[in-house]
Design a binder for this molecule. Structure first.
Ligand code: FAD
Ligand code: MLT
Ligand code: ZN
Length: 507
């Protein structure tokens, strides 16, 4: 086992954020007496602990102590799985009194280490809080426990012809509470906007155990400060979200998609402009994958490969989705767009592959949605989820590749691929560096390099995944001192004892 001391930390730069935590006010570990207390609040099956009297095997904690990418590792001894808001409140109140750190955990699909304890904090899993509380088919307002899985909410409202306003590759595991806590963006943001707009109300257990009931279903409510907004995207640092009220849009009557193969990245922007003009209100996604991302998706079985002819000469691909009210009308618009594109004197695209069946529709989406999964099968990913001007997407990817090459790190035993994909319509680039393994050398080559590039564009170091423990030290590249000072004051108001998700978000 590697003993990590303060003096050894600087030699392991990718764990630098963890060093910051060592200087935070001291918190207490969970001990046997706490297990006795939790066992009075919860049934025995809802307390998993290596401590007596529960004494579960350490392997039972693995799924809670390791993140989706295999990058972050916690040392929690105990996980509690409350079923009700009242139970959450009792547990959190106890932790507040005992000064025990609490890490709220949803589906554990986060990509910035936010859901993993830095040390041995208590993990509070929302997995058992999974009931729909109400759905109003007239207004489309859904009220659900925070632990409901996104896909199960989608399935629940489908018979009412409604859809969730967000969709993401992790939908089968991520929870609505986790989505709200990270302000997840995803594949539908272009059409339905961010959760800051669609979340109507929240129920939150504050760090001292008080229940904040803001679970309203009102579209309009201008009664002073909109406190719920603070919890959207706060990554569990201000409280535990236990209930969510969210506006769900009517399901579109018709959806189509097409993948367009482009000869060069420079064509993406004019293409986006044209697509917006021609498809206007029915455009629901405009997603970008570069050639390497496409090839990895295919290599790792995400969606069906396009024909050789369709990919010949393609530098990158764009997936366009339409969602509208009448199939014939939408198809006419889409066909007209394709004709315009293919018949243009200087064509922006080489080819377009239009889905002809629900299976093909899903397969085209899988080529984009499955990139994350494909990358995780290919190697270890350094994921930079950034907002930069659309015009610089390719330069950022190419520049990073060249930078790594200049450091001698672009080879099969270090960095295998530098990839770009993302939500063009939202100005959000996913810059991914896929390596054979996580290493201090690659980490040191990438940071602060990437953050400095982002700052030079006045961009954001986190467009959608959040700060977690990965980017606490990089917050200042996107937020000025005044903003960070105010954020710290807000944290202090809600959580003066610093028990809620310690070491996350704030430097
Ligand atoms: P977790 O990972 O469990 O937690 C994330 C953070 O929220 C942690 O800080 C945690 O402490 C906090 N948290 C969780 N639940 C609560 C709660 N009830 N109360 C308070 N705090 C809480 N993200 C996007 O934005 N867009 C995408 O398109 C996207 N696609 C993805 C695709 C894949 C394959 C994967 C693996 C991830 C993807 N993500 C995406 C990232 C991730 O899925 C989202 O951030 C998701 O919203 C996290 O939800 P979760 O329930 O898994 O939360
Ligand atoms: C996506 O857009 O696919 C997600 O944000 C996940 C990722 O960045 O890999
Ligand atoms: Zn994304």
């Amino acid at each position: 086992m590697l003993a990590v001391t303060r003096s050894s930390l600087p030699r392991v730069p990718w764990r630098v954020c963890r060093a910051a935590y060592a200087t935070a006010p001291s918190l207490n570990p969970v001990i046997e007496q706490d297990i006795h207390h939790f066992s009075k609040i919860l049934p025995s099956t809802s307390v998993v602990s290596t401590l007596s009297p529960v004494a579960s095997p350490a392997s039972d904690l693995d799924q809670f102590n390791n993140d989706w990418m295999g990058k972050y590792k916690g040392q929690a001894t105990t996980v509690v799985k409350p079923k009700s808001t009242h139970e959450v409140s009792q547990i959190v109140r106890h932790c507040w009194e005992r000064r025990i750190g609490v890490v709220p955990q949803g589906g554990n699909t986060g990509l910035v280490g936010g859901s993993i304890p830095l040390k041995d904090e208590l993990v509070l899993s929302l997995a058992n809080m999974n009931k729909v509380r109400s759905f109003d088919p007239i207004s489309g307002v859904l009220v659900a426990d925070a632990g409901c899985i996104l896909q199960s909410l989608t399935d629940y409202i489908a018979p009412h012809n409604h859809i969730m306003p967000l969709d993401l590759g992790a939908k089968g595991s991520c929870q609505i509470g986790g989505n709200v806590s990270t302000n997840a963006g995803g594949l539908r943001l272009l059409r339905y906007g961010s959760l800051h707009g669609t979340v109507l109300g929240l129920e939150v257990v504050l760090p001292d155990g008080t229940i904040l009931d803001q679970l309203t279903t009102l579209r309009k409510d201008n009664t002073g400060y909109d406190l719920k907004q603070l919890f959207i995207g706060s990554e569990g640092t201000l409280g535990v979200i236990t209930g969510v009220s969210i506006l769900t849009p009517p399901a579109p009557q018709a959806s189509n998609n097409v993948i367009l193969a482009l000869p060069k990245f420079d064509n993406v922007l004019p293409l986006y402009k044209l697509v917006k003009q021609q498809l206007s209100e029915i455009l629901s996604a405009f997603e970008f994958i570069d050639r390497t991302a496409y090839e990895l998706a295919v290599k790792h079985g995400q969606g069906r490969a396009l024909s050789d002819e369709d990919v010949r000469g393609a530098a990158c691909f764009v997936l366009v989705e339409t969602s509208g009210g009448r199939r014939e009308h939408d198809e006419e618009k889409l066909n007209h767009l394709l004709e315009t594109l293919l018949e243009a004197e200087k064509p922006l695209i080489n080819t377009g592959v239009l889905s002809q069946s629900p299976a093909q529709f899903s397969s085209l989406w899988a080529l984009r949605e499955g990139v994350t999964e494909a990358i995780s099968k290919e190697g270890k990913a350094y994921k930079y989820d950034i907002s930069v001007p659309l015009s610089s997407f390719q330069d950022v990817v190419d520049g990073t590749r060249e930078h790594l090459r200049s450091k001698g790190l672009l080879n099969d035993s270090a960095v295998k691929h530098v990839i770009g994909y993302g939500h063009v319509g939202d100005g959000n680039l996913h810059l991914n560096v896929v390596a054979e393994s996580y290493s201090p050398e690659i980490q040191a080559a990438l940071e602060p390099y990437v953050y400095e590039v982002v700052a030079s564009h006045r961009g954001s170091v986190s467009a959608e995944h959040g700060i977690g423990s990965m980017k606490t030290h990089a917050l200042h590249y996107s937020k000025d001192e005044v903003s960070i000072a105010l954020m710290k004051k807000i944290k202090e108001i809600f959580d003066p004892r610093g028990i809620m998700n310690p070491g996350k978000v704030l430097p």
